[in-house]
Design a binder for this molecule. Structure first.
Ligand code: PLP
Length: 391
């Protein structure tokens, strides 16, 4: 059988056994609606609150500061729109960065249509926002700063502690999207200093369609959907107890093994980067390994477009991703790489390799064996069609 290698953990991860068992157990033994008053409801409610405690303990929060949602996207929207709705009479200026996930960017763009002003901070070549630029852009009516903990395309780690300090000094609320960072670095909410932090279970070996938002006690926020009084009135809808049970177990078990897994992933990632940069001419590393998560590698291969590389690797059983988003038939270069100053032609030639706890040395060696030939072949073909070598 053909070898299958999954190097797309930043897109999603397989559910880990402990989380799967916990989710299945909850479906079997506590299927009740956690809002129902009867025994079935009470059992589900007890499990929900135990999971809230388990999840909160992993991030150093109080259980009542954790609201469960349906995804990382929903957590981002609840944080940004929810705060905007609550404080719109106080101020209507929001600051974010140009390299945020679309869950943040598109939410901010919608708010612009509704009368908010949004500043999109530029980033440097490593993908990091400039703290001086942040300070300069805070205005009297700035109500919220939203800057991600770690970028999903490059792994770039933003200076969130410093951002939190500035936000606090200036009396501005601070949200950080920690969807990619959770399970990949220690995340303690007091250490981060943020008022709101977004999470998504499927990025750390939990089930899909479950997320969480940490909301520091006292933060002004309104619900963005109307319905029942679930989750303290902030997130209406029957609560996905089995998914939440799985998410809490996924985070606690992943955090437990972090010290052992992460150095191994960093080593494998750097081994892959070094081998490819040595063996293939014209390879550029996007981002700085010193200021990024240990498991993400973003490379541009001059003259070989990312989509072709991805498809050819897929034929070899290797799953990776491009930074490009395929919009209405045309492949746009990644907004993240463009913001970092990567030329569009190189941004179009990028691949993201993202490793996970299941990645092995053999997986990495296989990619090192097959990729140089693939790059050469694609360069040859595209060279015949149109010269795209970047000089
Ligand atoms: N934020 C970041 C940084 C992400 O990488 C993602 C997913 O790719 C999301 C938010 C959205 O999470 P979800 O897929 O749970 O909606």
């Amino acid at each position: 059988m053909r070898r299958r290698i999954y190097l797309d953990s930043a897109a999603t991860t397989p559910i880990r056994e402990e989380a799967l068992q916990a989710t299945v157990g909850a479906y079997r033994n506590a299927f009740g609606n956690s809002s129902s008053v009867h025994l079935f409801g009470q059992e589900a409610h007890r499990l929900l609150e135990e999971s809230r405690e388990e999840f909160a303990a992993c991030i150093g929060a109080r259980p009542e500061e954790v609201v469960f949602t349906g995804s990382g996207t929903e957590s981002d929207n609840l944080a940004i729109r929810g705060v905007a709705l609550a404080v719109r009479e106080v101020g209507r200026h929001i600051i974010t960065s140009q390299t945020e996930h679309h869950a943040v960017l598109h939410c901010c763009q919608e708010l612009e249509k509704e009368g908010f002003r949004v500043t999109y901070l530029p980033v440097d070549g490593r993908g990091l926002v400039d703290l001086e630029a942040l300070r300069e852009n805070i205005e009297a009516d700035t109500v919220l700063i939203s800057v991600m903990t770690a970028n999903n395309e490059t792994g770039a780690l933003q200076p969130v502690r410093e951002i939190a300090r500035i936000a606090r000094e200036r009396g501005v609320l601070f949200h950080t999207d920690a969807v990619q960072a959770a399970g990949k670095m220690p995340l303690h909410v007091d250490d981060l200093g943020a008022d709101l932090v977004s999470f998504s279970a499927h990025k750390f070996y939990g089930p899909k369609g479950v997320g969480a938002l940490f909301i520091r006690k006292g933060t002004p926020i309104r619900p963005i959907m109307q319905g029942g009084h679930h989750e303290k009135g902030l997130r209406p809808g029957t609560v996905n107890v089995p998914g939440i049970v799985g998410m809490a177990r996924a985070l606690s078990t992943t955090v437990e093994e972090m010290e052992e897994v992460l150095p191994r992933l960093r080593q494998l990632r750097d081994e892959l980067a070094e081998a490819l940069m040595e063996e293939v001419p014209g390879v550029h590393r996007n981002g700085d390994p010193e200021t990024s998560l240990p498991h993400i590698l973003n490379l541009s291969f001059e003259g070989a477009d990312g989509e072709s590389l991805l498809l050819a690797l897929d034929m070899e059983g290797v799953a990776v991703s491009t930074g490009s988003a395929c919009t209405s038939g045309s492949v746009e270069p990644s907004h993240v790489l463009l913001a970092m100053g990567v030329p569009p032609r190189l941004a179009q030639c990028s691949l993201r390799f993202s490793l996970g706890r299941y990645t092995t040395e053999e997986d990495i060696q296989h990619v090192i064996r097959v990729l140089p030939g693939i790059v050469e072949r694609i360069r040859r073909i595209s060279g015949r069609r149109r010269p795209v070598l970047v000089t």
